[in-house]
Design a protein around this ligand. Structure first.
Ligand SMILES: Cc1ncc(COP(=O)(O)O)c(C=O)c1O
Length: 465
């Protein structure tokens, strides 16, 4: 067997220098992603993570992004790690059998999810949970049409992408799946129009659009969707992959309006930031219609789905979230309100900030567009405002944040639920100092650093268009 060179061991990898790691990424993964990270100074190698803090050579950084919402309980939570090790002698992947951990997790999910959701399907990512939900809806209703919202994000596999309302992600992969149609987010009348045709299998929606820029729908929207879907016998799929499990100050965002979806998708935080897991949960009735016979019970499966380690991580996560009657979640709601109020007054002091919005600890801050900056500087701000601010926050104040995928002018904050008010104060003060510099200050500060990095690499403006 030809092995072209020495294989790198785990120990070698852990001891590799930053330039070696970068080289491997550039050569063997994605050179342009590497460059993008480099431009905004995010090409770092973190060597330790604990709670809300991540470290580079002992230097601490506050993680207000937490793996895009994955580390809701912080990084390397000792209880989660300990619980995972309890199953180390169990067969981890043994599909032709009944795993007590998978069964227990499904039972616990049925106890905490709204309405009569009871049947779980386990997989390994958010997109896969969405794929499963879309297939379930078609199989259960014998209808084809799926309605989704503009500016949504449901993942990048073919089915999930077909329901993701962003042309940039969809266009290179067309034709996508047939019978997917979009409507504006927050517009229940538009949904009624679609449902009237009587051929809709499901409507899929995020309670708050995360990657869309933390967009909240009008009050009562979800309740109206639930009513409409029931009236026209279409299924309501709620994608709570980002909003779920305490993020918005309730276990599930739909609880704020007392809404009971037909299918609920979860992933991210369920992993305890330890082992990937995704799941959809549905009612007995829907599940039975789709897969309720020996003939059909294996129509949709996943080799890795429901493995013992992932289920142990999820069981430990749910246990921590539910303790003391969900104290952590309630506190997250209160801290989110505190954070939002502080950002609101920051906005009033800084014309560079257009809007602050969110619920619980899912918060976005949108930057305004400079009217007096012209040409390349204006373009730079328009396309990279949130990245430029995130870059300054990291470099100067050791705080990790990021922009939202569908809107580069929104910087998002998804700190772990256990963030303290002192940490929130520190982040708001740091942001305030950056925003105080105004458009030109931010562009000339972070933009200049990014520009210098680009020029050093010999890239032209066209490259980043
Ligand atoms: C609401 C929502 N749905 C689906 C996904 C896709 O999840 P994954 O990246 O695990 O496939 C995401 C990821 O950010 C998300 O925010």
């Amino acid at each position: 067997m030809p092995v072209r060179g020495n294989l790198i061991s785990i120990d070698d990898a852990l001891n590799a220098s930053k330039s070696e790691v970068k080289e491997w990424f550039r050569e063997y993964i994605n050179p342009d992603l590497c460059l993008t990270l480099e431009l905004v100074g995010f090409d770092e190698v973190y060597d330790k993570a604990e709670g809300i803090t991540v470290y580079i050579d002992g230097k601490p950084y506050l993680d207000f992004l937490c793996g895009y919402g994955v580390a809701a309980l912080g990084h390397n939570h000792p209880k989660i790690i300990k619980e995972i090790y309890k199953v180390k002698e169990q067969p981890n992947f043994f599909q032709a059998a009944l795993s007590p951990l998978t069964a227990a997790l499904a039972r616990n999910l049925a106890l905490i999810t709204p309405g009569s959701l009871r049947k779980s399907f386990f997989c390994n990512s958010g997109a896969e949970a969405v794929e499963g939900a879309l297939k379930l809806a078609r199989a259960a209703t014998h209808r084809k049409k799926i309605i989704y919202t503009e500016n949504s994000f449901h993942g990048k596999t073919m089915g999930a992408l077909s329901a993701t309302g962003r042309g940039k992600y969809q266009a290179p992969f067309e034709p996508l799946l047939p019978d997917f149609e979009s409507i504006p987010f927050g517009d229940s009348e538009a949904l009624r129009e679609k449902l009237r045709e009587g051929d809709v299998a499901a409507f899929i929606v995020e309670p708050i659009q995360g990657e869309g820029g933390v967009i909240l729908p009008p009050e009562g929207y979800l309740k109206e969707l639930e009513k409409l879907c029931r009236e026209y016998e279409a299924l309501l799929i709620l994608d709570e992959i980002q909003t779920g499990l305490g993020r918005t100050g309730a276990m599930f965002a739909c609880e704020h309006e007392g809404v009971e979806p037909d299918i609920l998708c979860l992933a991210k935080a369920l992993s305890g930031a330890a082992i990937p897991i995704g799941v959809y949960i549905t009612t007995d009735e829907i599940w039975k219609k789709a897969y309720g016979s020996m003939e059909r019970c294996l129509l949709h499966t996943s080799t890795f789905g429901g493995n013992a380690w992932a289920c142990a991580a999820a069981l430990a996560t749910l246990d921590l979230l539910c303790r003391d009657k969900g104290r952590l979640i309630k506190e997250a709601g209160d801290k989110g309100e505190y954070f939002l109020n502080k950002l609101e007054s920051l906005k009033n002091r800084n014309p560079i900030v257009k809007e602050v919005r969110g619920k619980g600890l899912m918060i976005g801050m949108e930057f305004d567009q400079p009217k007096f900056l012209k040409g390349a500087l204006s373009d730079l701000f328009r396309k990279y405002s949130a990245s430029l601010v995130a870059s300054e926050l990291k470099d100067e104040y050791s705080v990790i944040t990021a922009y939202t995928l569908n809107n580069p002018n929104v910087i998002r904050f998804l700190p772990p639920l256990l963030v303290s008010t002192d940490q929130i104060d520190y982040v708001v003060e740091s942001l305030d100092k950056i925003c105080h510099r105004g458009f030109s200050g931010v562009v000339l500060g972070a933009g200049w650093k990014a520009g210098k990095r680009l020029i050093r690499k010999g890239f032209t403006r066209e490259y980043i268009e």
